[in-house]
Design a protein around this ligand. Structure first.
Ligand code: DGL
Length: 280
């Protein structure tokens, strides 16, 4: 039993889609969320910069006494060198393995589409992980660089013509390939899942990477006997690197309900961008 909070990070607000699911599957857990809103997007940056930012984000969460870290960000997950995350002494998960596992369970025709940021698609990580776990599947990837700015700017309504037009262009090739499963490989994308679903058709299973990571985190905590043992429901603390007001205004859209938490600003650049050996 462990009542310390779970740490969740993202480049901005997308990771809240994982928090939304954590609140459902682990309602007793406290959560500390960090959204790097001052430096979003990560998905257009080099691997070196994303790794440096991710390390600062993780060091901030560790400074808050978290018991595990969830990188609820496709870009961080696929960019952070595995040699580094394998050495972490604290429980850690990104979105890659849980999402791939869910996609392989969902597919019937073995044709899986992956949409994510340009940086994530460039790493080829989704394709590699899918093929590693099932070499028979065929993978079709498509970077969707405009989705994160559209979502961060609130262009999320199901009838939003701008987002629909952009989505139509991105998704047409995947539809043509006949994928029956589509990985939403960026945690911002579940917010526009209704638009993506409309365009792909209801027979295509959409795999929400935030949800997959939350489900997997639950399994990890159970396995390590680290679940919180308390009667009351968990509490969430939110930290950002830019305007707390703007975060609070838009958070409900990602959480799928109302938002009434406290949001604090952090000087994230003050945190180390590497790990001391004893904190790994
Ligand atoms: N939510 C992040 C992801 O899952 C968005 C990346 C970005 O900041 O561009 O990739």
């Amino acid at each position: 039993m462990d009542n310390r909070p779970i740490g969740v990070l993202d480049s901005g607000m997308g990771g809240l889609t994982a928090v939304r699911e954590l609140l459902k599957v682990l309602p007793k857990e406290d959560i500390v969320y960090f959204g790097d809103t001052g430096r979003v997007p990560y998905g257009t940056r080099s691997a070196e910069i994303v790794t440096q930012y991710a390390m600062q984000d993780i060091n901030f969460l560790l400074s808050q006494g978290v018991k595990m870290v969830i990188a609820a960000c496709g870009t961080v997950t696929t960019t952070l060198p595995k040699g580094l995350s394998d050495q972490f002494l604290f429980p850690y998960t990104g979105v890659l393995y849980p999402t791939v596992r869910a996609a392989l369970k969902a597919t019937r025709n073995g044709k899986i589409g992956v949409i994510a940021t340009a940086t994530t698609i460039r790493t080829g990580a989704y394709e590699r992980e899918l093929m590693r776990l099932n070499p028979a599947v065929r993978v079709f990837s498509k970077p969707c660089p405009l989705f994160v700015p559209l979502v961060e700017n609130g262009y999320v309504d199901r009838e939003n013509q701008v987002t629909r037009l952009v989505a139509e262009e991105y998704l047409a090739p995947l539809r043509k390939e006949g994928v029956d499963t589509l990985i939403l490989g960026c945690t911002h994308y579940p917010v526009i899942a209704p638009i993506i679903g409309d365009l792909m058709g209801e027979e295509v299973a959409l795999i929400d990477s935030g949800k997959a990571a939350a489900d997997y985190a639950k399994e990890l905590l159970e396995e390590k006997a680290l679940l919180a043992g308390r009667e009351r429901n968990g509490q969430c603390g939110f930290y950002v690197s830019d305007s707390p007001e703007q975060f609070a205004e838009n958070a409900a859209m990602f959480l799928g309900g109302s938002f009434c938490g406290e949001v604090k600003k952090v000087e994230i650049t003050g945190y180390p961008d590497s790990f001391r050996a004893d904190s790994l």
